[in-house]
Design a binder for this molecule. Structure first.
Ligand code: SF4
Length: 415
């Protein structure tokens, strides 16, 4: 094995601006909830946020809160409180840690933002099962707790080609929400407002894609670990001018790095793709682990999941239905493998890491032979690591480190 030097991940200057707009977002939600002067809608991460925003709701995303519980390493201790009320340790650890946090009356928002004591109360909860059924159960639990109404879109799963039949059925469900949402928001639906929000979401999505695509450069100006942090505005502020402005700033910085051949990881030797959920409580450790190996995890399915290229303000409902159904997580293995082959080529990938996330089978794509099939077809080696998005009891740090180092050694031998 070649001699290793300590390497570091380069800091992104735009981070300060991102922290500022994220803080404003959470303080706005907190104020809406405390003063009861704006309606708050909870929305699943790839739910119909644009419809909610167009009706004047302040939109809160419980999965973002789940990720914060993971990243602050609060989650593992909170999960047993949800287990105690009947939610299994085998199901989504966003769900169990979020329910546990509520039962214990704690939130990472309090640590990050002075004066915020709790998550915002929902006036309505809206989910889309495009990602999984867990969001339905998760939102259902909180709907009962807050005695708030709940609405959902039920999406087809395992889709190979997204057809007009799929699109129309989802678009109809979205349109069917307008009437009840109008009643809760107190506002009349305005198609032009929805088109405006959707245009901003599309612009945000285009810029986010451009940001992620800069990682095709050698060396890559960006790592997957940066992506998991900087995707915040694409998740919670899509459909706003703030998100658009932020990604213009970030993109300019990354383009500058590409122009100057500045890599995110010093002396980048290998380029990996991350398939599956991040391990939120180990982001920093994993970032250092790969950087020390002069290896850049350049791209991921996870960060790409907030690219909605089908959005079209001229056809708001059908284009939203298509975008939210074309997502990787909704698709069949055949469609997923085609997608991954494109990623391997575009990002010039040397190897794939599959994260088998114990409590999220929906985002674990190693369980039905995909790594073996893809490796046979492309010749690109892969490694499966066992872990979890939030429950750190499902992870062996020592084993992960040994396996990753051995995998990189294997890439060196192949080189
Ligand atoms: S996709 Fe996975 S992580 Fe996300 S809500 Fe569903 S089970 Fe949880």
């Amino acid at each position: 094995m070649a001699e290793k030097h300590k390497s570091t991940r380069k800091k992104i200057m735009a981070t300060e601006e991102m922290k500022k707009i994220m803080a404003e977002y959470f303080y706005d939600l907190d104020s809406a909830s405390k003063n009861n002067d704006k309606k708050v809608a909870w929305c699943s991460s790839v739910g119909p946020a644009e419809i909610l925003r167009s009706l004047g709701f302040y939109v809160y995303f419980p999965e973002n809160h789940g990720a914060m519980l993971g990243a602050t390493r609060m989650a593992t201790d909170l999960i047993p409180y949800a287990n105690a009320v009947g939610y299994s340790p085998e199901i989504c650890s966003y769900l169990t840690s979020d329910v546990g946090a509520y039962l214990q009356n704690v939130t990472p928002l309090s640590k990050a933002y002075e004066g915020i004591e709790s998550i915002p109360k929902p006036d309505i909860l809206v989910f889309n099962t495009n990602q999984c059924r867990d969001v339905q159960d998760w939102f259902g639990w909180f709907a009962k707790e807050f005695k708030a109404p709940i609405l959902g879109i039920n999406t087809h799963r395992g889709v190979t080609d997204v057809s007009d039949t799929h699109v129309n059925s989802i678009a109809n469900q979205m349109e069917g929400m307008i009437n009840p949402l109008e009643k809760i928001s107190g506002n009349t639906f305005d198609l032009n407002e929805l088109k405006k929000v959707l245009s901003l979401s599309r612009e945000c999505s285009n810029l986010w894609k451009e940001v992620l695509d800069t990682a095709a450069a050698k060396p890559s100006p960006l790592t997957f670990f940066d992506g998991t942090i900087h995707m915040g505005p694409a998740v919670v502020l899509r459909g706003t001018q703030k998100a658009v402005d932020y990604y213009k700033l970030l993109l300019a910085e990354l383009k500058g790095r590409v122009k100057n051949h500045e890599g995110a990881v010093e002396e980048e030797r290998f380029r990996l793709y991350w398939e599956g959920m991040p391990i939120w409580g180990r982001l920093r450790d994993h970032s250092v682990l790969f950087a020390n190996q002069k290896t850049c995890v350049v791209a991921s399915t996870y960060c790409n999941s907030w690219i909605f290229s089908a959005f079209d303000a001229h056809h708001p409902f059908t284009s939203m239905a298509r975008a939210y159904t074309e997502l990787f997580i909704v698709r069949s293995d055949k469609a997923k493998e085609e997608y991954l082959k494109n990623m391997i080529n575009f990002f010039k990938i040397d190897g794939i890491i599959y994260h088998d996330s114990k409590t999220c089978p929906n985002n674990s794509n190693n369980r039905y032979g995909m790594p073996q099939r893809l490796e046979k077809e492309t010749g690109i080696p892969s490694l499966i690591i066992n872990g979890d998005l939030n429950d750190l009891r499902c992870l062996s740090d020592e084993q992960t480190k040994t396996n990753i180092e051995a995998f990189i050694e294997q890439l060196e031998e192949k080189d």
